[in-house]
Design a protein around this ligand. Structure first.
Ligand SMILES: Nc1ncnc2c1ncn2[C@@H]1O[C@H](COP(=O)(O)OP(=O)(O)OP(=O)(O)O)[C@@H](O)[C@H]1O
Ligand SMILES: [Mg+2]
Length: 158
């Protein structure tokens, strides 16, 4: 099953969050979203929108040295930021499988430990443009995410 990436251009942090909300509204237990993009591209900003869309009301920007934040929404949302990961062992200790049994995972810097994540996932590349412009490319890997991207195309934008 293949599906072309969904490409969305945003012009502010709020627009990126709005796109995140649409994703969050569709997330189910077991879903995995891997975010790619350079430092400051907008991955955390997108995650915030995803959390809100999943029904999280208390989103706090927490210390960056914490690898996992859990937010209670319609389902638990686990926000992982592996930027400061220096021991692969640490990520094995995090218990990705257990998190996916409970809720959905959104991961920044998954490239630090690519082998610990299931192959099926939604990949989102955040590409900075001129000024506040960002291009978000959402690419599905696996049947579940092909469906998710289809739903995302069809879902109303607000
Ligand atoms: N269109 C946009 N989309 C997202 N963020 C934007 C946009 N325009 C400006 N910004 C700003 O860019 C910054 C993005 O920071 P953010 O922490 O989300 O990046 P990040 O990719 O998570 O960085 P890091 O790799 O350090 O974790 C914020 O200050 C945000 O307000
Ligand atoms: Mg970040």
């Amino acid at each position: 099953m293949t599906e072309a990436p969904l490409k969305v251009t945003t012009r502010s942090a709020e627009e990126t969050q709005a796109f995140g909300r649409r994703i969050g509204a569709l997330l189910e237990r077991g879903d995995l979203v891997l975010l790619h993009g350079t430092l400051g591209a907008g991955k955390t900003t997108l995650t915030q929108g995803i959390a809100w869309g999943a029904g999280v009301t208390k989103y706090a920007h927490s210390p960056t040295f914490v690898l996992v934040h859990e937010y209670g929404g319609r389902i638990p949302i686990y926000h992982l930021d592996l930027y400061r990961l220096d021991e692969l062992l640490e990520v094995h200790d995090l218990g990705i499988e257990e998190m996916l049994e409970e809720g959905a995972c959104v991961v920044e810097w998954a490239e630090k430990a690519p082998e610990v994540f299931p192959r099926d996932h939604l990949a989102i590349d955040v590409v900075p443009g001129v000024g506040d412009e960002r291009t978000l490319n959402a690419t599905p890997h696996g049947a579940r995410y092909v469906r998710l991207v289809r739903d995302l195309r069809e879902a109303p934008s607000r």
